[in-house]
Ligand binder design. Structure first.
Ligand code: DQA
Length: 150
């Protein structure tokens, strides 16, 4: 059993109504409910955090370190393209993470092509909508299992 944390950045609380052509019609709660079912079926604890404030995400990552969180699935949203502070929190705590984006930032405005996270992530999933979180969670659980001593 491991602790897994799902972190979502700014404006993702509006999923479902926010630009559905880009981000889909599922709400964040819809996505989180599916992830909880997947994690619990494999005996893992899962927690969810969404914030529109950069410092709250930094603080949540620090807390995750104290809680011995084994893996983070992170959609930093707009902070993807700006946040050295969240990057540094992940480097400081060394919690492995997968970066997820609902849309494909490379098919959008040029400023979205820069990520402060991709080079330090265990993996990156782009453009698959809510399915991307499920795939990231499956990969995280696989990596957790593989890292366990036999
Ligand atoms: C996003 C992509 C970001 O560029 C954007 O700022 C978001 C959502 C995505 O999931 O596609 O808020 O992270």
């Amino acid at each position: 059993m491991a602790n897994i944390l799902i972190v979502n950045g700014p404006n993702l609380n509006l999923l479902g109504s926010r630009e559905p052509g880009l981000y889909g019609s599922q709400t964040l709660s819809d996505i989180e409910e599916k992830l909880a079912v997947i994690a619990h079926a494999r005996g893992h604890d899962i927690a969810f955090f969404q914030s529109n404030a950069e410092h709250e995400i930094v603080d949540r990552i620090h807390l995750a370190y104290q809680q011995l969180v084994a893996f983070i699935v992170l959609n930093p949203a707009a902070f993807t393209h700006t946040s050295i502070a969240i990057r540094d929190a992940l480097l400081a705590t060394r919690i492995p993470f997968i970066e997820v984006h609902l849309s494909n930032p490379h098919a959008r405005e040029p400023f979205r092509r820069t990520s402060y996270f991709s080079d330090i992530a265990r993996g990156v999933i782009l453009g698959l909508g809510g399915l991307g979180y499920e795939l990231a969670l499956m990969a995280a659980m696989q990596m957790i299992n593989e890292s366990k001593p036999a």
